[in-house]
Structure formats: C-alpha cells, structure tokens
Design a binder for this molecule. Structure first.
Ligand code: ATP
Length: 193
C-alpha cells in the first residue's frame, strides 16, 4: 500500500489542505492519505489552545464518508510532543510493508532540519512537498538522503490563521473550508473567544 501521511495542527482543517491532499493522492497514486492532527505541535504555539479533540473532530468531519482518507489519533493520544519520526515509526508498524509518503508544505520544508532525526526520517519516507503561495523554499534542501518530490499542486492562498482571524473579526470564511467543519467550529464557539 502507498500511504500518504499528512500531519498538521489543522486548526482548523481547510480547503488548502484538502484540495492539495486530493491532488497529491491522485498524482502520486496513493492508496490512502492519513491525516494526523498534532496534539501539541513542536514548532508552533497553538493559537487560543484549541483542544486536540476538536481539531481531530473537525478533520474527521472534513473527510467523513470519503474514500482514500482516514484520520489518525496517533499523535493526540500520545503524552509527549508530536515528533514526526515517532509518528512515522508507529505507522510503519501499523501498516507493515507500506510505502510511506510524507506530505508537507513548502513552509514546513524550511523547518525540517530542526526536526528530530531528520536524516533518519528522510530514509524512512518519500517526501512530497506542496507549493504554497508566498513561500519559496526550493533552495532549502533538507539534510539527509532520500527522495524529494515537488508537487505541481495548485497555489491556494488559504491558511488556518487567516480563517481564525476572519472568524474573530466577523468576516465570512464560507468556501474556505468544508461547511461541516465551519458549522462545528461556530457551534462550539471555537474561534469566537
Ligand atoms: P496556520 O495558519 O495556523 O499556521 P496552516 O494553514 O499552515 O496553519 P497547518 O495545519 O499548520 O495549517 O498545516 C499542515 C501542513 O499543511 C503544513 O505542512 C503546511 O505547510 C501545509 N499547508 C497548509 N495550508 C496550505 C496551503 N494553502 N497550501 C499548501 N500547503 C499548505
């Protein structure tokens, strides 16, 4: 099985994530993409401390009933911070014999050298880098051996932070994220605080 691993804070998950995930699933003929919400991101302060349970539920709502996707609790059930290498090792034992594809945005690529065991990580996965507007990380070659595939994905200028900001200031975010996700966030008042 060709398994894509797509980690993020997903605070909230949006169409920048989903359109690109689907583009990559199709382009790289992946059998499944596992969305992996981070419990506590290592490199990021979580805006407003949105509980991982809610970010996980929003990711589930986004792909509910959609073939080729699943959402993993692997990081949110763990006590320590979310290190990608630990997640990859867990998924390797859950899906023995699978070929793993780690999907990250260009902005994350630039940070990869500071991740835990980046060289080892690169040996274990095929890296797929998504283009992202306003970021040009093409020269930031990460350390270690291993393949890097640059996706020719559409440039979608949507970010979770822009969505949070817009909700807080009363602006519309319709069509930036799935309706089901938006309704959940609004009903629970997640970004209204
Ligand atoms: P925030 O605005 O809070 O920083 P975000 O929109 O970057 O959040 P994350 O959950 O942190 O969302 O992103 C998870 C992964 O998806 C990261 O590797 C990020 O680079 C990538 N990503 C997010 N949005 C896009 C986008 N619009 N286009 C390409 N990649 C994206």
């Amino acid at each position: 099985m060709k398994l894509g691993i797509f980690g993020g804070t997903f605070n909230p998950i949006h169409y920048g994530h989903l359109i690109n995930a689907e583009f990559i699933r199709s382009e790289f003929a992946l059998d499944m993409i596992m969305l992996v919400p981070a419990r506590r991101p290592v490199h990021k302060e979580l805006d407003g401390e949105v509980p991982s349970r809610d970010r996980y539920r929003m990711a589930r709502l986004a792909v509910r009933g959609v073939r080729g996707y699943d959402v993993s609790r692997i990081e949110i059930d763990r006590d320590e911070p979310s290190y990608t290498i630990t997640t990859v090792r867990s998924l390797m034992s859950l899906y023995p014999g699978s070929e793993l594809f780690l999907i990250i945005g260009e902005d994350s690529l630039a940070e990869m050298d500071s991740w835990r065991e980046p060289g080892r990580l690169r040996e274990l996965v095929n890296l797929i880098v998504m283009r992202r507007p306003g970021v040009d990380a093409r020269r930031a070659a990460p350390a270690g051996d291993g393949s890097v595939a640059w996706a020719d994905n559409p440039l979608i200028d949507i970010s979770s932070s822009a969505i949070r900001e817009r909700i807080r200031s009363g602006k519309s975010v319709r069509y930036m994220l799935p309706d089901r996700v938006l309704h959940y966030a609004l009903k629970k008042g997640i970004y209204a605080r």
